[in-house]
Structure formats: structure tokens, C-alpha cells
Design a protein around this ligand. Sequence first.
Ligand SMILES: [Zn+2]
Length: 73
Amino acid sequence: MEQTTAFALIVAAVIGMFGLLFIIRRQRHEVEDAGRESPFGVSTEGMKVCPKCGRGNLWTDASCIYCGTHLKG
Ligand SMILES: [Zn+2]
């Protein structure tokens, strides 16, 4: 019975550590994202996002100015 309790504690500790690692990694990722600015502009609001390369194009553009993919709409 003691072994089972010890095992359960270890499992709980491992799960807790992984949860903590996940949170730390996510926070680091958010910091990296905030510090890295795209030269093409961060916001794609009010723009057509290319389905192929994911970059923002103006609503007036019929095709992606970066890769030439035809844009819907
Ligand atoms: Zn594109």
C-alpha cells in the first residue's frame, strides 16, 4: 500500500512539473513574440491574409503581393 501511495505522489509531482514547464514555456514564447516585430506589419486587421504564405494583403489586391497566390473575395 505504501508503494502505491509513493507512486501516486511521484506521478502527481511529475504532472505538476510538466504543468509548470508548460506555463513557463508559454510565457517565454509570449515574450519572444512581443519582442519580435515583423517588417511587414504586425496587424493584419482590415487585410486579406494569404492562404498560402499567411501575409496580409490589401483588400484591393486580387493576388498576394508576396507569393502571387490568388486571393478570395
Ligand atoms: Zn502569399
